[in-house]
Design a protein around this ligand. Structure first.
Ligand code: 6GU
Length: 227
C-alpha cells in the first residue's frame, strides 16, 4: 500500500518511523510519502490560507495550492481522505475497507478547513471514472487544531490490518469476534495474584469452551457499562 499525506507540518509524521509502522515500512508492506503543502505556495509570503468569503472567524486554505499539491498524487485507484471534524466518523469497519485500497492520500487541513471546491473538484466524474474516491473523515466528536494527528490515528488503524504487519495474525481474527471489530473483555497475565487481586478462576481452568463464554459475557457487560 502507498500512503501519501499533504500537510503544513511534515514533522507531525515522524512517528511513522516507529514501532509497527516503522517495521511495516522497512519491510516494504507500506510506503509513505509526506508532502509539505507550503512548498506548493505560489504567493510572495508562501501563505496557504486566506479570509473566508462571507466573513467569519478563522482562515480557509487556498484551493489553488491544494490543487498543485494533490494533482500529482491523483493516480488511478486512489482514495483521497480529507480530514475534517465535519466528516464521517472513522471506525473499525471503515479501517477494514480502507486497508484494501492500494493508495491512500491524506489531506490535512487546519480545522477551519480547506476551500470546499477542492472536495468538489476531486469528486467530479473526471476522477470517479478513474476510480478516485473522496472521503471526508473525522476521528471523533471533538475539535483538533488540524488533521495531522487524525491522519496518524487512521494510518495506524489501517496499516495494522495489512497482511504481514502484525506478528501474530490471530490477534486480528480474534478481534473480529466482536461486532465493532475489537476485543472488549478484560485480559490478565502473570502473576495469578497481584496486590491481593486474583485473576478470575475460570481463566486458569483450561476449559476453553467456558472461557470463551465468560469472555463474551464480560464483553457484553463492558459494552453495556460504556453506554
Ligand atoms: Cl479529522 N480534524 C480536526 N481538525 N478535528 C477533528 C478531526 C479531524 N476529527 C475529530 N476532530
Amino acid at each position: 500500500m502507498k500512503i501519501d499525506a499533504v500537510t503544513i507540518f511534515p514533522d507531525y509524521f515522524a512517528p511513522l518511523q516507529l514501532s509497527l509502522l516503522g517495521k511495516a515500512s522497512s519491510a516494504g508492506i507500506v510506503s509513505f510519502g509526506i508532502h509539505d503543502l507550503r512548498s506548493f505556495a505560489t504567493n510572495n509570503h508562501h501563505a496557504v490560507d486566506d479570509t473566508p468569503y462571507g466573513g467569519g472567524a478563522g482562515m480557509v486554505m487556498l484551493p489553488e495550492i491544494w490543487g498543485l499539491a494533490l494533482d500529482p498524487l491523483m493516480v488511478d485507484d486512489t482514495d483521497l481522505i480529507i480530514l475534517t471534524p465535519a466528516g464521517k466518523r472513522f471506525d473499525q469497519p471503515m479501517a477494514v475497507e480502507l486497508s484494501k485500497a492500494p493508495h491512500l492520500v491524506f489531506a490535512c487541513g487546519r480545522y477551519e478547513g480547506i476551500d470546499d471546491r477542492v472536495r468538489a473538484h476531486y469528486s467530479s466524474h473526471q476522477y470517479s471514472s478513474r476510480n478516485i474516491r473522496v472521503h471526508e473523515v473525522s476521528i471523533g466528536d471533538y475539535v483538533l487544531g488540524g488533521g495531522e494527528v487524525a491522519s496518524l490515528v487512521m494510518i495506524e488503524a489501517i496499516t495494522r490490518l495489512l497482511p504481514g504487519v502484525l506478528g501474530n495474525p490471530d490477534s486480528l481474527s480474534e478481534e473480529s469476534h466482536n461486532e465493532q471489530g475489537y476485543l472488549e473483555y478484560p485480559n490478565y497475565t502473570k502473576p495469578a495474584v497481584w496486590r491481593d487481586i486474583q485473576v478470575p478462576e475460570i481463566l486458569l481452568s483450561g476449559n476453553h469452551g467456558e472461557i470463551a463464554k465468560w469472555r463474551v459475557a464480560q464483553a457484553k457487560k463492558r459494552a453495556a457499562d460504556n453506554l
